[in-house]
Design a protein around this ligand. Structure first.
Ligand code: SF4
Ligand code: SF4
Length: 256
């Protein structure tokens, strides 16, 4: 096996959490970035799941790694990331449809680069490092506010994450999102795999942008006014109509 070309590049981007796996003539650099969920920002403020800023950060890191490996035909993997991690035996599927990598539980954002670097050594987790507790647990099934989890099957249409994006195609009550305008966290919050992960405060500026009145005003102004928020959550989620709908629901909840 040749020299390890991957580690200096990935670790140069301050990422210590990654695997390298060869599958069917391709090399996959499996990047994952752990995060701590945010503390509830309090009265007057909406909430987003810390997954989204972490995922957005990882997206830009993966882009830079791809550029550094351009001579090896590097591309950002566009397929099903959870399946790729599980097939590579680097993560384990859980009942809540998320994947587990210990010691971070399901509090991880995923990305991957595929490239032609077959000469670099594989970097894999120790055997049996992540073991699912799902066989003896049904906490997420019981806690899911819409009853979307059925064994290891999740009904996408019943999940709030889907319903928020397709309000015209669903009968799911979006007020179940509470004050969250991005991401339902219920099935992760109750998962024993995440029990040791402590919460952190939201970055100050992000909290300011989630001040409900500010958020409603910015969403009414359109994509341009939401640009600063999009720097945290990614351009894909810069959707004024969606944000406005959920910010107004957050305002209703904030009266309680
Ligand atoms: S809450 Fe329990 S059943 Fe659900 S994913 Fe976590 S360990 Fe598995
Ligand atoms: S994200 Fe929320 S709605 Fe979707 S399965 Fe988990 S708890 Fe249920």
């Amino acid at each position: 096996m040749g020299k390890n070309l991957v580690s200096p590049i990935v670790e140069g981007e301050n990422i210590k959490t990654y695997f390298v796996k060869h599958i069917e003539g391709k090399t996959y650099i499996l990047l994952y970035l752990p995060y701590s969920p945010y503390v509830n920002p309090g009265k007057g403020y909406a909430y987003i799941n810390a997954f989204y800023p972490t995922s957005n950060k990882l997206f830009f890191i993966a882009k830079r790694i791809k550029e550094q490996l351009a001579e090896y035909n590097a591309n950002i993997y566009k397929g099903n990331l959870k399946k790729l991690f599980v097939d590579a035996e680097c993560a384990v599927y859980l009942k809540n449809s998320l994947v587990l990598i210990e010691p971070y539980g399901t509090r991880i954002a995923l990305s991957a680069i595929e490239c032609d670097l077959m000469n670099t050594p594989e970097i894999l987790p120790a055997e049996g490092e992540s073991r699912s507790l799902c066989d003896k647990c049904d906490a997420c099934e019981k806690a899911c506010p819409t009853g979307a989890i059925h064994g290891f099957y999740i009904s996408e249409e019943q999940c709030l994450r889907y319903a928020c994006d397709h309000p015209d195609e669903t009968e799911i009550d979006l007020t179940l999102m509470g004050k969250s305008v991005l991401g339902c966290d219920v099935c992760q919050a109750v998962c024993p795999h995440n029990a040791k992960i402590t919460r952190e405060s939201m970055p100050t500026r992000l909290r300011e942008l989630l001040h409900i009145e500010t958020l409603i005003k910015n969403a009414e102004g359109g994509r341009k006014e939401l640009k600063e928020l999009a720097e945290y959550i990614g351009d894909n989620y810069n959707r004024p109509g969606r944000i406005l709908r959920l910010a107004r629901l957050a305002k209703e909840h904030d009266k309680d």
